[in-house]
Design a protein around this ligand. Structure first.
Ligand code: PLP
Length: 479
């Protein structure tokens, strides 16, 4: 019986057996998982993770893009311990509590001008669902119930719940559910490496915006909002070109629709500035925050609204204009307490060193562009994507199922770093507090992993050349 023993007393063999027998892992083909020798983590410290066999690895994707200041940061640990001595959880439905009030006040010092009303949830997907509902109901509350549609962008990712899937339907991930998802209008994201117009930036002057405007013009009467990521994360680390978001903001203003910016991945310094929108000086109507909000410690997310949006929900109860949404664990006090402590670590010194790491990273990764099967290197702040292609001249992708990204991830693991690709894009997202020396060591592992994967990638490319050509990114498993 798995009874009352301290967790560290169980043997690696027992843990491995129970993981195999009882756990169903997210975003994972379990048949593939069971055929592998997966990492099972015992502890983490700083920018490193130790497995149950005692091997240490760099945390090369910040434990799925969450971690900011490292693992087991004394100030963050202490915030949770102190809060635990008061309460672990109470509801936010119809009542307040201390940690969330303080967190909201603190966040208001950081969020873009005018975005000062915080609706807390427990995951990024929930923050997006709330944003979609806020946008649609904002119009409905004002007698414009016909405005229900949300314009999203191709290859975007907003989470796994139905609303989040509806604005980012993906034939690979969502094929069984497509009939559940209302058909929302979509526009092409500026994926410059594979520009559908065959143009290149900046000469193109962002001609792709015409397609966005065309959709907005056509849908104008029924459109509630546009939702966009400043850098597409799970889409393959695709930064929008400088100025693009500003143009989207202008279009939203021209057509009178709300702008939702999903910064679940890009927020809290990930792009080198506090928010992805800061690069363009854009102010959204609704902002979605998650991942880094608690420094990667505990599940908490927020949907941030302008006062104009918030005001549209104020009315006598009988008018049913409230936002009827809320999760049991919304605004959990432990998560809120560590989120406050996380923000306190965003000192001028920290932001300064983040700036320097962001400037160093492109140079550190540059050698990868000389290697075979590397089509594109994309870096913004401490998010980097290396797009693998089986033919760099024709930019032909590896087919779906070839798991080209995982070939590199396996090599990185052998060399002492854990990463997780999305399809054919190798992803590197170190904790934001990574030191210059660790960043250099991690980048070297990454470059070496791509180099070491060469022979296997060559074999996959040869196989693919003989098979009927699969197009698209071949995305096996966002995350
Ligand atoms: C991760 C992510 C989400 C979903 O967040 P979860 O906490 O995994 O639900 C939403 N949007 C973006 C841009 C993300 O990267």
């Amino acid at each position: 019986m798995a009874g009352s023993r301290a967790l560290e007393e169980w043997s690696p063999e027992e843990i491995r057996a129970w993981d195999r027998q009882y756990v169903w892992h997210p975003f994972t083909q379990m048949a593939d998982y069971l055929a592998r020798d997966p990492v099972i983590v015992a502890e983490a410290e700083g920018v490193r993770i130790r497995d149950i066999d005692g091997r240490w690895y760099y945390d090369g994707v910040s434990s799925i893009w969450l971690n900011v200041h490292g693992h087991r940061v004394p100030a963050l640990d202490q915030a949770i311990i102190s809060q635990l001595q008061r309460m672990a959880h109470v509801t936010l439905l119809g009542q307040g509590h201390v940690p969330v009030a303080v967190l909201a006040r603190r966040l208001a010092d950081w969020t873009p001008r005018g975005l000062h009303r915080f609706f807390f949830s427990d995951s990024g997907a929930a923050a997006v669902e709330v944003a979609l509902k806020m946008a649609v109901q904002y119009w409905a509350n004002q007698g414009q119930g016909q405005r229900t549609r949300i314009l999203g962008f191709t290859t975007n990712y907003h989470g796994d719940t139905l609303g989040a899937m509806a604005v980012a339907p993906d034939p690979t991930f969502h094929w069984p559910f497509l009939s559940y998802l209302p058909e929302e209008p979509r526009a092409p994201y500026p994926y410059c490496y594979r520009c559908p117009l065959g143009r290149s930036w900046p000469d193109c002057q962002m001609a792709c915006l015409d397609a966005v405007e065309a959709v907005m013009a056509e849908e104008q009467e029924r459109l509630a909002a546009v939702i966009i990521e400043p850098v597409q994360g799970a889409g393959g680390i695709i930064p929008a070109p400088p100025g693009y978001l500003r143009r989207i903001r202008e279009l939203c203003d021209r057509y009178g629709v709300l702008l939702i910016v999903d910064e679940v991945a890009t927020g809290f310094g990930r792009t080198g500035r506090m928010w992805g929108v800061d690069h363009d000086g854009v102010i959204p109507d609704i902002l979605c925050l998650g991942k880094g909000l608690s420094g990667g410690y505990l599940p908490i997310s927020a949907t941030v609204a302008t006062d104009a949006i918030y005001q549209a929900f104020l009315a006598p109860v009988a008018e049913k204009k409230a936002l009827y949404h809320g999760h049991s664990f919304a605004g959990n006090p432990l998560a809120a307490a560590v989120a406050i402590a996380n923000l306190e670590l965003f000192t001028p010194e920290f932001l300064d060193s983040l700036q320097r790491r962001s400037e160093e990273l492109p140079d550190l990764l540059q050698p990868v562009t000389q290697l075979p099967f590397v089509g594109d290197l994309r870096v913004r702040g401490l998010m980097a994507g290396i797009e693998l292609v089986r033919d760099p001249v024709a930019k032909r992708p590896f087919p779906y199922g070839a798991q080209a990204g995982f070939v590199v991830a396996d090599q990185a693991r052998r060399l002492g770093m854990l990463i997780r690709p999305v399809g054919n894009v190798v992803i590197f997202m170190p904790p934001l507090a990574t030191s210059a020396a660790d960043l250099q060591a991690m980048a070297e592992i990454l470059v070496e992993a791509v180099r070491a994967a060469g022979p296997q990638l060559a074999a996959l490319a040869k196989q693919a050349a003989g098979a009927p050509g699969a197009e698209g990114l071949g995305g096996e498993g966002a995350f």
